[in-house]
Design a protein around this ligand. Sequence first.
Ligand code: MG
Length: 410
Amino acid sequence: MYEDFASKLAATMWADFDETPARDGPTAEITDLSTTVVDGNFPWTIVTVETDAGPTGIGEAYPSPGVHEIITDYLRPVLVGENPLDVERLYHLMRESLSGRGSQQGVGTIAISGVEIALWDVAGKLLDQPVYQLLGGKMREDVAVYADCHAGEAMVASAAAGQATETYRPEAYAEAARLAVDDGFDAVKFDLDVPSGRDLNRKSRHFDPPEIDHKREIVAAVTEEVGDDAEVAVDLHWNFSPETAERLCHAIEPYDLAWVEDPLPPENTDAMRELKRRVDVTLLTGENRYGRHGFRDLVEEQAVDFLAPDVPKTGGIAETKKIADLAEAYYQALVPHNIGSPVATMATVHVGATVPNFVALEYHARDVPWWEDLVVGDPLIQDGRIAVPDAPGLGIELDWDVVAEHEKGS
Ligand code: MG
């Protein structure tokens, strides 16, 4: 059904991008696209691009329903037979092929992102170069990783049992922070939109002074525990109204946090810009934005300090680099969102290696003991950093036996 639809569109909508430029250099043909879902703390969707020249590329799409169908039923017929070295042209071809059906944001862009990452991996392997080299070369030997921390499964379980006051006590946060710092991370992040144990109606996003003070006490406990050993950030997950976010930010200003993430619902850039004008904290947002067009107003209006594009969601490796370059013109920094497997993480490492305004990328899988086992070789994260790999492509090889062990469909 999709193939028929695609062929009907081909004559009109792909006129600019379906024409393969002549070349004398290396070439190959894409022969297949597929997906495999790994049952991590999120359903990590691994994308593979096979070629007739030998190398298979691996990418990752942000966990989202419909990714498999879009990639295998729709993007596969578009890309089979194309040269995987034409990454930029194929990115635009994929966008054109989904024009009006998610090429600008949402699951269509997510599917494209996963394929784009795999194309870079193939291109690097075909040219025997790491992805960072194809992007212009690296400007750092390793990239900083920050640890997204909760207080462990016990915290979540007891919260579900209605013991929120005990579970979300500030001391539990401090203990979790110390564990992450002892593991070598020099930046940690906590969710601050958490229950205090009081029975509140949170739909209005308004919180009273005792609730604000509960959040302040968490920040105080964590920053006192880690001291100068690590920077501390907090994530508010869009759960505060502007007036409450302002009061909360003022309450935690003295603790000099690395950043405050997503204090407001994500849609309204004007509201974020106004909050930034009123408070003295470093603001971050962007994990729900797609592509350079989705970030443009955040950058041009200087509505935040840090941007958090998610590589497997926002358009892939090159698109994220373009967002970083756009932000650089306004002296904003890149702090990429990442809840993925080692594939998404390494795709983000290559972006972080090649732009000046990179701070740190997220690591969200401290609760998944086999995260490192998905990759052949030494652990990727050592002392809170990932070395920028010099092997071709993304520079990692998946252990497909471990993938199979944790696979849950496609
Ligand atoms: Mg977040």
